[in-house]
Write a protein that binds this ligand. Sequence first.
Ligand code: ITT
Length: 211
Amino acid sequence: MRPENTASAKPLSSEKPKILLATRNRHKTLEIQTMLGEGVIVSDVTGMAHLPEIEETGVTFEENSKLKAEGISRHVSGIVLADDSGLEVDALGRAPGVYSARYAGPGCTDEANTALVLKKMKGFPDEVRSARFRCVLAVAENGTTLALFDGTIEGMLAHEVRGEGGFGYDPIFMPEGHQQTFGELPAEMKHTMSHRSRALQQFRKWWAMRT
Ligand code: ITT
């Protein structure tokens, strides 16, 4: 049998494996491409008008991640990876949580979300500013979830916006063991410890076993 007729999922050596992300958040795509490296081609659903907008009706990161991965995988061939993530602030009852992208209202900016968290936390001393980023990655194929991976980074909220790097809540989040925010720390540093990188490490292992 000729090699291309075998059922092996291994790409031919000259082909780079491809991963489609069920996201329209270019920051997530960039981070995931950077962390997976140049050996993998990462793309997302931005500009793919034939693919549906998936409504995030879940109340957990797991539910929303599955909704996105399964919803997009029904319309494409191959595996789809979805990322549902957000910031949990203990003093706010773990808000904004799954509502992180729309905390200040539908279609709001990262700056508006960040400002709202800081406003709600105004006057709270360091002892009660604990927070964490969480990320759940879901892999799906043909509308079925194959695996879920969870990553968390604990930290503390800064008292003001600091730094230009990253996106979302990065300029107000100091990861544990650091006095600088993810907005101030170099991106490479964020990628060694972030919620997304921790979930992605598990995905890499799963993917390596599969191919
Ligand atoms: P998709 O659903 O299209 O993937 P989204 O931005 O709406 O894009 P989520 O519903 O998962 O994605 O919301 C995640 C929000 O949480 C994101 O918009 C940021 O505000 C915040 N967030 C997630 N990861 C972050 C990170 O690494 N740094 C800073 N903020 C982050």
